[in-house]
Design a protein around this ligand. Sequence first.
Ligand code: V47
Length: 365
Amino acid sequence: MNIMERAINDAGLDDIYEKVQGGERLSMEDGLRLFETSALPALGFMANMVRERFNGNNAYYIYNQHVNYSNVCTNLCKFCAFGKENGHEKAYCMTIEEIAEKIRQRLDEPIKEVHIVGGIHPELPYSYYIDMLKAVKEVRPEIHIQAFTCVEIAHIAAMGSKSVEECLEDLVDAGLGSIPGGGAEVFSTRIREKLCPDKLPGRDWIEVAKTAHRKGIKSNATMLYGHIETLEERIEHLVALREAQDETGGFMCFIPLAFHPKNTGLDHVAPTSGIDDIKNIAVSRLMLDNFPHIKAYWIMLGPKIAQLALAFGADDLDGTVLEEKITHMAGAETSEAMSNREIEHLIKGAGRIPVERDTLYNVIA
Ligand code: V47
């Protein structure tokens, strides 16, 4: 028995280790035991095995830009500091020309992806979203647009009195490339009733994602952790994603999102601990045996925890991000952007190979 196997044995996790070695699927109960263990090196060793099985020594990043077109939102989720009621003094909504200008301003940078999300705006017409995508493509035809969470897509479809299928077809025709992972939060109805009763229910979020996948549109998935959710609810969320992925195979990447309490309706909640951040990465890697990538989103984790996460199951750091708003409104102290050089420095410091990718994980030569 080597030293890591001894640590796994001491933690009483041999049966899980056997499954991990054999590529066998972990049960909900296994997942719970992994969250409950304090044997972090043992957990990390197993998560790293799976990480290297999927992605070797590579750690991915992307040169991307974020655009948050509007913070007007009818959902007003308790955990969110970004969304504002229509008419609120801090509410804003960019015009199509302002969005195009954001893209134009960075034409001299080798940006590969624009990540566009906003709130659930009660008035913007269907044409706004279509015109936005067209305008971005007109300014920068080669850019990949990753836009609109599953929650926004359900809303946009409703605004246009279209089915989700029809809406997705129109969005793709206008330039949509893929769908980001936001809006998933925690699928539990208990959590949604307490924190975001007006938001698209969890099962509908999954339906929109699966509909997109069936149309050949790839997407990501997230889980917002560190507020009032139980460990069981986290595991149920992961298993629901795993089942959806079994059906469609359309998810590229899972991103555990660390809750930031400042300026939210949950500002009494303590920020997540480094240990919990790392556990979420490792347990996700072990439970989501059909997801190719696990992302450590440095904006929410901070660069140091994100770097550590590369040894505990994560293989992706997201990217330059340029102008993030959602986490910064909730008190994030990270910078709003990082250069490729800084990201590569973090990755090399973790003993991994930095690999610049596009949205669909094609390697940029
Ligand atoms: O859906 C809201 C979360 C999400 C807070 O797909 C908060 O690659 C922490 O989904 N503290 C939007 N999180 C961001 C997102 C994302 C980010 C980066 C990459 C990708 C991807 C997706 O942010 C929301 C919500 O779950 N959020 N408020 C908060 N106070």
